[in-house]
Write a protein that binds this ligand. Structure first.
Ligand SMILES: [Cu+2]
Length: 78
């Protein structure tokens, strides 16, 4: 039997500026959009700060993919 190797995860954290969020429903939408992306591990979205903090696996996704997903949903992100 082969032993399962411990995969060392090197997660990255970024903060995206999100525009167009007006209520907690928008916050939930943005959070859900990001969490659906393969490689995204943890998301915190703040309405008052207009930001999303994302922990992700850089081997699976990247900032541009997140921005695209958010913009497809009608928000602006950078
Ligand atoms: Cu809203």
């Amino acid at each position: 039997m082969t032993k399962q190797l411990l995969t060392q995860k090197t997660m990255e954290n970024i903060t995206l500026t999100i525009e167009g969020m007006t209520c907690s429903g928008c916050v939930d939408s943005v959070k859900r959009i990001l969490e659906k992306l393969n490689g995204v591990e943890n998301v915190r979205v703040s309405l008052s700060e207009n930001i999303a903090e994302v922990s992700f696996d850089p081997q699976k996704t990247n900032k541009n993919a997140m921005i695209d997903a958010i913009e497809n949903a009608g928000f602006d992100a950078c």
